[in-house]
Design a protein around this ligand. Sequence first.
Ligand SMILES: [Zn+2]
Length: 49
Amino acid sequence: MRVKVTITCKKCGERFILRARKDQGKLETGFKQCICDNSSMFEIEEIPV
Ligand SMILES: [Zn+2]
């Protein structure tokens, strides 16, 4: 299943919109970290395509 995700960094507020795959409830975005080096505090919102 393909979805779009909006990832909002809770540290600096930067937003990223990217495509992701969702298989068996597991979301694979390939997203590693924000440009501010934050790699754990994100708000992720799924947008069905
Ligand atoms: Zn950030």
